[in-house]
Write a protein that binds this ligand. Structure first.
Ligand SMILES: [Mg+2]
Ligand SMILES: [Zn+2]
Length: 194
């Protein structure tokens, strides 16, 4: 028996974007997050955060600072009655200033490494899973992992460098809208719709 998941980008998708923030008191859920995540959880999707945290490599905060962010993420979802199944982050960046993290890794989105790691740990069927993010690097990571993708078009993507791997399956206004799209997506017409 395998599980299906919705992988969530954190900053700008689940949590209001505050650049390089690691203060749990500044973490606010985005509009539509409560309704969207409750609906996805009720539909049987495991909810897993997949986040780039290059602030570690850039020396803006130590990796341990992310423990409080992870803890607060669990708490915010628990408050809406929804479990957060996993919190995965990439601390690397090729142009980082902290040597240990200054690498070309396979886990920084658009690389799909974190998704594969989560899928293995939680026995996720990626073909039945989704990635929701607010930039095309999220879409590409999701597609490279074999998931379907929803782009939340909230203005955070500014470059729009498109390619087949960066083309979202759907575009939504917020997480509530994304959850509607996912519930209404019919696998039996998949071959016709894209
Ligand atoms: Mg984001
Ligand atoms: Zn990485």
């Amino acid at each position: 028996m395998t599980n299906r998941a919705v992988f969530l980008d954190k900053d700008g998708t689940l949590i209001e974007d505050v650049p390089y923030n690691v203060n749990p008191d500044l973490m606010r859920l985005t509009v539509g997050a409560v309704e969207g995540l409750r609906s996805l959880h009720a539909a049987g999707y495991k909810l897993i955060i997949i986040s780039n945290q290059s602030g570690v490599a850039r020396g803006y905060f130590p990796e341990e600072a992310l423990l409080a962010v992870e803890e607060r993420s669990h708490q915010l979802l628990a408050e809406m009655g929804v479990p957060l199944v996993g919190f995965y982050y990439c601390p690397h960046h090729p142009d980082g200033t902290i040597l240990k993290y200054k690498i070309n890794c396979s886990c920084r989105k658009p690389e799909p490494g974190l998704i594969f790691r989560a899928a293995q740990k939680h026995n996720i069927n990626l073909a039945q899973s989704w990635f929701i993010g607010d930039i095309l690097n999220d879409v590409e990571a999701g597609r490279r992992a074999g998931c379907k993708t929803v782009l939340i078009n909230n203005g955070n993507e500014t470059e729009w460098v498109l390619s087949p791997l960066r083309l979202p399956h759907y575009i939504a206004t917020d997480l509530a809208d994304a959850a509607h799209i996912i519930s209404n997506h019919r696998q039996d017409v998949e071959v016709l719709s894209y």
